[in-house]
Design a protein around this ligand. Structure first.
Ligand code: DHB
Length: 488
């Protein structure tokens, strides 16, 4: 809660600088409309106020999904403090529940369906954070007239609108809108990263204005991203850089209905044609990495040669090695991991080829922009009238179906790499990125590129690969909140 900005709450319009009028009726936080709740967690009884299904735009397209749940510790209405935070200093935790770029419901304080443990909203409350949990549209949303209403960039625009709501109401709501911490997993991790990377970029203004989002900033302070499925237009080449030559796969058949994800593994081997596609994609990745001009923390260039070897690959291997060392120091027995060499209590080498067969290819080339438009990401990049589209030159050229390619502008809006370190964006200062060493939903290179780009542009980055952890998130919430505390 900061100095009061809003004094106009009886009026429907706010005059912005430059004489622009924004219709803000309905976007004022009403502190009287809540339910009092109590929940037991970790030996404490947490009392909080629940403000649920609060619209964060005035002109929603899919009104069920353009809402958020806000949870505030009761103590902040009584002048109290929790773990050193008060009403005007408590960070605002912003978890999204987007999975598979599907519509994501607003998190409700309670249990995580995937882990059966306390969810991040509950843990956040217990640590004294204010929780603002937005829902967001996703790739299968439709309006009554049958138009698609959640294709790219809908989800990121929704999250930005939710953040704007929090800034707009900072004067009247407990929690500090200058300390917003976003959190998400997988597609939700990608959106969390994008939210932090592209903050305040004017590229999204037309979409935000059309929805009647609150005027003002959509900047956030910190990003937590678990296994982000991001940088989609380079993810196919990155996947083949990692898995080329590994032709046996365990394909994940995913069927999804909203947040309910059903996963089934199907084993197989790439056909000759698929192997050719892999061979064509792999050499595109060194070209991309080299174009980024990345450096390691000592200032040495991170590059790849035509064969895909070089300092960038060494850096990825080092991340795996650091993970193995950390597991070893925690007392884990690594003797069954054939790709790890241990000498006198030190992990001295990681065999990349053996690592790749441990990880196991999960996707067929192209992993994201499928030639027959069958990938979830093809569905993300549809438009109001087209369910699925290509989003890379490569797949458009090699398409096996009659298909269109989404505009470059839309692809740009979905990739944090386009905004980090640019003058157009106020990229979040603090980043925590986690990708398990057993994650093969996207190449490890994708998060490594993201982390290096952030570090190279002066951001505070805590990037780590938890040992043997598959594609998942929110598995280390105590550490996550300790990190949030540490960046005060
Ligand atoms: C998710 C997983 C994927 O493999 C993918 O391509 C996109 C999203 C997910 O779990 O959100």
């Amino acid at each position: 809660m900061k100095a009061l900005i809003l004094t106009c709450c009886s009026s429907a319009a706010l005059i912005l600088s430059g004489g622009v009028q924004a219709d803000v009726m309905g976007l004022e936080f009403n502190s009287d409309h809540y339910e009092s709740k109590t929940i037991e967690y970790d030996g404490q009884s947490i009392q909080y106020r629940a403000y649920e299904s609060i619209p964060y735009v005035t002109k929603p397209v899919v009104s069920d999904y353009q809402v958020m749940n806000i949870y505030i510790p009761e103590a902040y209405f009584q002048g109290g403090s929790i773990q050193g935070y008060q009403a005007d200093t408590a960070p605002i935790f912003l978890p999204n529940q987007v999975g598979g770029y599907m519509p994501g419901k607003a998190m409700v304080v309670g249990t995580n369906d995937r882990t059966g443990q306390a969810n991040s909203a509950l843990v956040a409350l217990s640590k004294g954070l204010v929780v603002a949990a937005p829902a967001a549209r996703g790739r299968t949303n439709q309006t009554a007239d049958g138009r698609w209403a959640g294709k790219a960039p809908a989800a990121i625009v929704d999250l930005k609108a939710a953040v704007r709501y929090l800034h707009f109401n900072d004067g009247v709501m407990p929690g500090d809108a200058n300390k917003i911490v976003s959190n998400g997993t997988s597609a939700g991790g990608a959106l969390s990263a994008l939210l932090g990377a592209s903050a305040d970029s004017t590229d999204y203004d037309i979409y935000l204005t059309a929805l009647g989002a609150a005027p003002g900033s959509d900047a956030i302070w910190a990003v937590s991203a678990y296994c982000p499925i991001t940088n989609l237009e380079h993810a196919d080449m990155a996947y083949e850089w990692q898995f080329n030559g590994y032709n046996d796969y365990q394909k994940m058949n995913i069927s999804m209905l909203d947040y309910q994800v059903k996963r089934e593994l199907v084993a197989g081997t790439l056909t000759e044609e698929e192997q050719q596609v892999s061979d064509q994609l792999k050499p595109l990745f060194p070209e991309y990495v080299n174009s980024l001009g990345l450096k390691d923390s000592s200032g040495h260039p991170l590059t790849l040669d035509q064969a895909g070897n070089g300092s960038f690959k060494d850096a990825v291997v080092t991340h795996i090695q650091v993970s193995a060392q950390s597991a070893l120091e925690k007392g884990q027995d690594l003797s069954s991991f054939e790709f790890v060499t241990i000498d006198q209590g030190r992990v001295t080498a990681i065999d990349w080829d053996k690592y790749r067969s441990y990880a196991v290819r999960q996707k067929l080339p192209p992993a994201f922009d499928a030639l027959d438009l069958s990938a979830g990401e093809n569905n993300l990049f549809g438009n109001a009238l087209t369910d699925n589209q290509h989003f890379t030159e490569f797949s458009t050229q090699h398409s096996t179906v009659a298909a269109k390619q989404v505009s470059e502008g839309t692809v740009k809006l979905m990739n944090p790499m386009n905004y980090i370190g640019t003058s157009d964006a106020q990229t979040a200062s603090h980043w925590r990125i986690r990708v398990g060493t057993k994650d093969r939903d996207t190449s490890l290179a994708i998060s490594a590129v993201l982390a290096a780009k952030l570090e190279n542009t002066g951001h505070d980055v805590d990037y780590f690969m938890p040992w043997d952890v598959p594609h998942s998130g929110d598995y280390d919430l105590d550490e996550l909140f300790a990190w949030i505390k540490s960046i005060q």
